[in-house]
Ligand binder design. Structure first.
Ligand code: FAD
Length: 468
């Protein structure tokens, strides 16, 4: 007896543990801020959508973000009397990225980040206050009113929106491959479910939102051999899967060697947010002396830190700084801090010379009162650091952000190695390259993921409507 081809295929599929296909309008791969933004947008434009997440936890690196989401010309800035502009936001971003950024992508992000913030607020996010991050001329990092971390607020908001819309989010479902039709357009996704079964979802639109590769040592070292053995601030799922999947269907990659180290990671990889320096904390070396303007960009501060004895620093804040933002209490709860009721006790806990530390703080406080950092030209000194008790965390540079990735245009369409759009394939967030150039500014990743996640949803909608 001769089996019909379709039965053979089914028998093979069954033998391989794969199940038959389902069909949806769009598949979103990755449940971080970029993926959830795209999914909610697609749903609201009338499409069926499934979100795949390979980890057991929803939120990716987005959940870890602490500082803020950057945007200019927002009502929150206006209320606080901050005269920022989208033009200045653009200038800071390209300068911070060493002008390696794709200017059109930066223009899109810096113009539309205010819409992304307004959209999140419309979905219930608390983004009431504005803080300062490194490399920004004006405070533009939006965050909850009590200064708590931004990532959980973004994920909570988008997750609540997804739940309210009954968007299926399949955790422990790993996308393995993007499927294409003969003409090269997207046809679906091959997935491995939590019980190991391989199945396919037929779909004309796929949004890649798989994040970066900051937790993939092999890939990091391939592009930057000096990063061998570096700790990472990233979640273990940040392994660059989307980059491999996109490459397989012909996508071009950009800026893969542009990898950012963050200067204030605890030895465990736990991050002390840049906003803590923005709120007033300083850095001292093993001798208890300052060595840098703490508000320079991450690459510069990391390099300055690596020139210090032992290649590490201490980040120090006082009680007044702590009271300005709730997230600093979290570091103590995590056991990352040493504490002193005064500077003598702190110096002892840090094992630095007490006289040096006291002289450093005295000089900094005097400069703060005079309104000018005579030593390092720090542009903003919000606190005199005279309010005991004090806290300190030993910090070092750790891999933090991968600026390179899949090439996209301003509509979040994926571009192939011949410079053409891959029909039906969209990408947003840290899986993409070009937005941040040679160095990402603090607060710009959140702006990137929500702005381009939303745009990816809108472009996929237009594509689906044109290809019914
Ligand atoms: C500790 C820390 C603090 C930060 N703080 C800030 C900040 O204050 N401000 C700021 O702007 N930026 C910050 N960032 C950077 C920012 O959080 C990230 O760049 C951004 O959240 C990435 O969002 P994303 O949606 O692109 O990816 P992610 O949020 O990482 O989400 C990608 C998801 O895709 C999943 N995935 C990967 N491969 C697959 C696959 N094959 N199948 C299914 N799912 C898959 C991952 O598991 C992950 O959940 C911080 C980053 C870290 C690590």
């Amino acid at each position: 007896m001769q089996l019909k081809p379709i039965l053979v295929a089914a028998a093979v599929a069954a033998a391989m543990g794969s199940a038959s296909a389902e069909t949806v309008d769009a598949v979103v791969i990755g449940s971080g801020g970029a993926g959830l933004s795209a999914a909610v947008t697609l749903h609201d434009l009338g499409h069926s959508v499934v979100v795949l997440e390979k980890m057991a936890i929803i939120g990716g690196n987005t959940l870890r973000a602490e500082g803020g989401i950057n945007a200019a010309e927002t009502p929150q800035q206006k209320k606080a009397g901050i005269s920022d502009t989208c033009e200045q936001f653009f200038a800071d971003t390209t300068k911070g990225g060493h002008n390696l950024n794709d200017p059109e992508l930066v223009r899109t992000m810096t113009t539309h980040a205010k819409d992304a913030v307004a959209w999140l607020v419309s979905l219930g996010a608390d983004l009431e206050t504005v803080g300062r991050a490194g490399g920004a001329k004006y405070p533009r990092a939006h965050r909850p009113h009590d200064g708590s971390a931004i990532g959980p607020e973004v994920v909570k908001t988008l997750l609540n929106a997804s739940k309210a819309r009954e968007i299926p989010i399949r955790t422990r479902n790993k996308a393995l491959e993007i499927l294409t039709a003969k003409d090269g357009s997207v046809a679906g996704v091959k997935v491995q479910s939590k019980d190991g079964k391989v199945y396919t979802i037929d779909s004309k639109a796929v949004v890649l939102a798989t994040g970066g590769f900051g937790a993939n040592q092999d890939l990091l070292v391939k592009y930057q051999p000096k990063l061998k053995g570096y700790a990472t601030t990233n979640q273990p799922g940040a392994t660059g899967d989307g980059i491999f999947m996109a490459e397989k269907v012909g996508a071009a990659l950009v800026d893969m060697e542009q990898i950012q180290a963050h200067p204030t990671a605890a030895p465990s990889g736990d991050l002390i947010s840049e906003s803590v320096r923005g709120d007033g904390a300083i850095l001292v070396n093993a001798e208890g002396k300052r060595f840098t303007n703490e508000l320079l960009t991450r690459d510069v501060v990391s390099n300055n830190e690596l020139k210090q004895p032992g290649k590490f620093a201490w980040i120090i804040w006082d009680d007044a700084t702590r009271r300005s933002a709730k997230l600093m209490d979290g570091y103590e709860k995590l056991g990352l801090t040493v504490k002193g009721k005064d500077l003598d006790e702190l110096a002892k806990a840090m094992q630095v010379p007490a006289d040096n530390l006291k002289a450093t703080i005295a000089k900094y406080s005097a400069d703060q009162k005079a309104g000018k950092d005579n030593e390092f030209g720090r542009p903003a000194m919000p606190q005199p650091l005279t309010n005991a008790p004090y806290w300190a965390v030993k910090v070092q540079p750790a891999v933090h952000h991968t600026m390179g990735g899949v090439k996209i245009n301003t509509k979040a369409e994926v571009i192939n190695t011949e410079g053409k759009v891959i029909p039906g394939l969209f990408a947003a967030g840290e899986v993409t390259g070009g937005v941040h150039g040679g160095n990402r500014l603090g607060g710009n990743a959140q702006a990137d993921i929500v702005t381009f996640g939303h745009i990816a949803g809108q472009t996929a909608d237009a594509f689906l409507k044109a290809n019914r």
